[in-house]
Design a protein around this ligand. Structure first.
Ligand SMILES: [Zn+2]
Length: 255
């Protein structure tokens, strides 16, 4: 049975929880953000190592509360707010660059403000006959540690001590697909590491360049910024100073 209506008021919990914080001024890093990644303001990052949220605690709610009723920093399950997205959560499979399954199941959670921006961007894509397909969304900090163990290279994985914007609920890895479910050609697969995945790599078919342009321009118009080396990665600027989080979402049960 699929658990529905999971809204995690983690932002509130984080804001009042001081346990286990490692406060260290540092610069933002995102997974795979190598040289050329935009500078982000120095900030205090509070890693909520000890913060464990019982994500099923709110599952008894019958109604999905409207986004407008929730704090911008609350975490929500995107699929509860629209059936207009597609999901291909690669880290819940071994079809990713780690070649390991690091999520217990594939879910896309973001902070409320990120969700609002994604819903608006997706409405614009829909007018063009496309929709967002997600590869990754919020990533628990514990998973960041697991990824770092597998690939301890800051060129490919953000240092879990600092945390990435995925850990803050403000980053998504996405592509576009048609409303019939056919992915647009972006020139490389998700998590392809090399010049061909870079935004400034122009030696690509015109169709690929156009697809990337549509994705980038629309996301930027809705408050997201990109990093030079990954055509699929988008950060919500307004979320870059939020705390690193570590809750793990509930998975559907077999019965
Ligand atoms: Zn990413």
């Amino acid at each position: 049975m699929v658990i529905k209506n999971r809204v995690l008021l983690l932002g509130v919990i984080i804001s009042i929880s001081l346990l286990g914080c490692k406060d260290a001024p540092q610069k933002q890093e995102t997974i795979n953000s190598g040289e050329g990644a935009p500078e982000v303001a120095t900030q205090e990052a509070s890693v909520q190592d000890s913060t464990r949220v019982d994500a099923t605690a709110n599952s008894a709610q019958e109604e999905t509360p409207p986004l407008e009723s929730l704090p911008d920093t609350a975490f929500v399950r995107l699929a509860d707010y629209s059936d207009g997205f597609a999901f291909d959560m690669r880290y819940a499979t071994d079809n990713n660059f780690l070649e390991e399954t690091v999520y217990p199941c594939g879910e896309c959670y973001t902070r409320v403000k990120t969700a609002k921006a994604l819903l608006q961007a997706n409405a614009v894509f829909k007018e063009k006959g496309y929709r967002i397909r997600f590869y990754d969304c919020y990533r628990p900090n514990s998973v960041q540690y697991k990824m770092w163990e597998l690939v301890p290279n800051p060129q490919y994985v953000a240092n879990p001590v600092k945390g990435s914007i995925h850990n803050r609920g403000g980053a998504v890895d996405i592509t576009l697909e048609t409303l019939e479910g056919k992915p647009l050609d972006m020139g490389t697969d998700f998590d392809f590491f090399g010049p061909r995945a870079h935004h400034d790599h122009m030696d690509l078919p015109a169709e690929v360049l156009e697809n990337r342009r549509v994705l980038k321009e629309t996301m930027e118009a809705h408050g997201f910024w990109s990093i030079r080396t990954e055509w699929w990665h988008y950060n919500l600027g307004a979320a870059s100073r939020d705390a690193v989080a570590n809750f793990v979402w509930p998975c559907p049960t077999a019965n």
